[in-house]
Design a protein around this ligand. Structure first.
Ligand SMILES: [Zn+2]
Length: 170
């Protein structure tokens, strides 16, 4: 079964530096690290970890193998579950095509209609571009990224189908 969620194996000796590096890149750790006894086929373990991680909206999973704590015990596999940093949209200036007055709006993951604060005209704010961000050693292309559910602006306010682009050049 195809999966866009990659499990990255990190050596125990690299664990601390890897965790520091990935967090410095803005990755968010989801939940608690999962600890599993390594007493069966690792592919079975990974499949179940992937399923859990994808439910959490993870983009990257790190796998570390800990040696047995006591003789006769199986090694422990520790899974860190990460979500790549989400681009933070910032307010951007737009010029109202009706009254030409500037106003600020925050682009969302989908295009939206925002009423001009001056004249009330319906302005279309284009969708923000989703930046592709990859994990440190092995890049994971986020091909199936889920978009957060953001309520869209009411569309009944659209009166004119064609709206001229904002004035001014970037
Ligand atoms: Zn206006």
């Amino acid at each position: 079964m195809a999966s866009n969620l990659e499990i990255l194996r990190v050596e125990k000796s690299q664990e601390a530096s890897y965790l520091e590096e990935i967090q410095n890149k803005g990755f968010e750790h989801l939940g608690e690290p999962l600890q599993i006894e390594y007493n069966r086929d690792i592919n079975q373990i990974r499949v179940s970890i992937q399923a859990q991680a994808m439910q959490l909206g993870a983009t990257t999973v790190t796998e570390v193998e800990n040696p047995p704590s006591q003789a006769g015990q199986p090694p422990m596999l520790v899974y860190y579950i990460w979500r790549a940093p989400q681009p933070q949209p910032e307010p951007q200036p737009f010029a109202c095509p009706y009254c030409t007055r500037p106003f600020m709006a925050i682009p969302a993951s989908q295009a939206q209609v925002v009423a001009c604060p001056t004249c009330g005209g319906a302005n279309i704010i284009p969708a923000v571009e989703q930046a592709a961000i990859s994990a440190p050693p092995a890049p994971t292309p986020p091909s199936g990224m889920e978009e957060p559910a953001i309520p869209s602006a009411p569309r009944a306010a659209i009166e004119e189908p064609s709206i001229s682009p904002p004035t001014g050049k970037r």
